[in-house]
Design a protein around this ligand. Structure first.
Ligand SMILES: NC(=O)c1ccc[n+]([C@@H]2O[C@H](COP(=O)([O-])OP(=O)(O)OC[C@H]3O[C@@H](n4cnc5c(N)ncnc54)[C@H](O)[C@@H]3O)[C@@H](O)[C@H]2O)c1
Length: 252
């Protein structure tokens, strides 16, 4: 896949699957923008990509801050004149607990960094994509939300809001050649490692629930699907949810 001359924003690309998206798009020729609130990992991520001779910049941005998001998109437009691809990947994940013990802070953490951040970035990019009659937006949800995993009411409900918002954008902006899709990934990342360290009993079970019996690899298994949705091959796909999870969502 060739993304030469394409401008790609990936939120939360300092580490994990977000970094895999950023690196993969850059290796395919894109100018990548890492929008990440952890200044240190953001800088390290862009340095790693530049060390490969590819194009990346890091912008410190909290996706839950309207000011940060608008400033980030303005800076990208000023520097590069457009946004071709937006990957709304950033997310903070509250601890697992029953719905009745889920706190307002859990809800705010999940929704502000997930659904609200997805809204803010999409909202800021849409006028620029509309003007160019081109835009590829890929949002990130989770199997947890799709199946209503117990203990995940804050995170899961927020991820399902992202799927609903995806369909809205697909319907309202298709006429401007803007597609909007959502993937539900499953990969062994820092986030997943933290989760399994806190919930060791779930580790064995988790693998058994994946028909392919392994966790996904961010670069080899997840990033290529996001790139496909942003490539000409994905031109006629919009409003869809794609499980990139070894078959786990459908199998449950
Ligand atoms: N890892 C999995 O198996 C899995 C499964 C389902 C869904 N997901 C989703 O995939 C995405 C990436 O997951 P991951 O495992 O790489 O997570 P991760 O925690 O390793 O990475 C998330 C990144 O987002 C950044 N971030 C968090 N809040 C932010 C904010 N407010 N502003 C800017 N950046 C922020 C973090 O600093 C981090 O770099 C998330 O949306 C997650 O919910 C992951």
């Amino acid at each position: 896949m060739d993304f030469t001359d394409k401008v790609v924003i990936v939120t939360g690309a300092g580490r994990g699957i977000g970094f895999a998206y950023a690196k993969s798009f850059a290796l395919a020729g894109a100018q990548v923008v890492i929008a990440e609130y952890d200044e240190q990992t953001a800088a390290q991520a862009s340095e790693k990509i530049k060390a490969l001779g590819k194009k990346a910049i890091a912008i410190k941005c909290d996706v839950s801050s309207e000011t940060d998001v608008n400033q980030t998109v303005s800076a990208v437009i000023k520097e590069f004149g457009k946004v071709d691809v937006l990957v709304n990947n950033a997310q903070r994940v509250p601890d697992i607990r029953p719905a009745e013990e889920t706190t307002p802070e859990d809800m705010k953490m999940a929704w502000s960094t997930g659904a609200f951040g997805t809204y803010l970035f999409t909202h800021a990019c849409l006028p620029h994509m509309k003007a160019k009659k081109f835009g590829r937006i890929i949002n990130v949800a989770s199997m947890s939300g799709v199946v209503g995993d117990p203990g995940n009411s804050a995170y899961g409900s927020n991820k399902e809001a992202i799927r609903g918002y995806t369909r809205q954008i697909a319907n309202e902006y298709g006429e401007y050649n803007i597609t909007c899709n959502v993937i539900c990934p499953d990969a062994m990342t820092e986030l997943a490692k933290d989760f399994f360290a806190a919930n060791p009993d779930t580790f064995k079970d988790a693998k058994l629930q994946i028909p392919l019996r392994r966790f996904g690899d961010p670069e080899k298994d997840i990033a290529p699907v996001v790139m496909f949705l942003a490539s000409p091959g994905g031109n006629y796909i919009t409003g869809q949810t794609i499980g990139v999870d070894g078959g786990m969502t459908e199998a449950r």
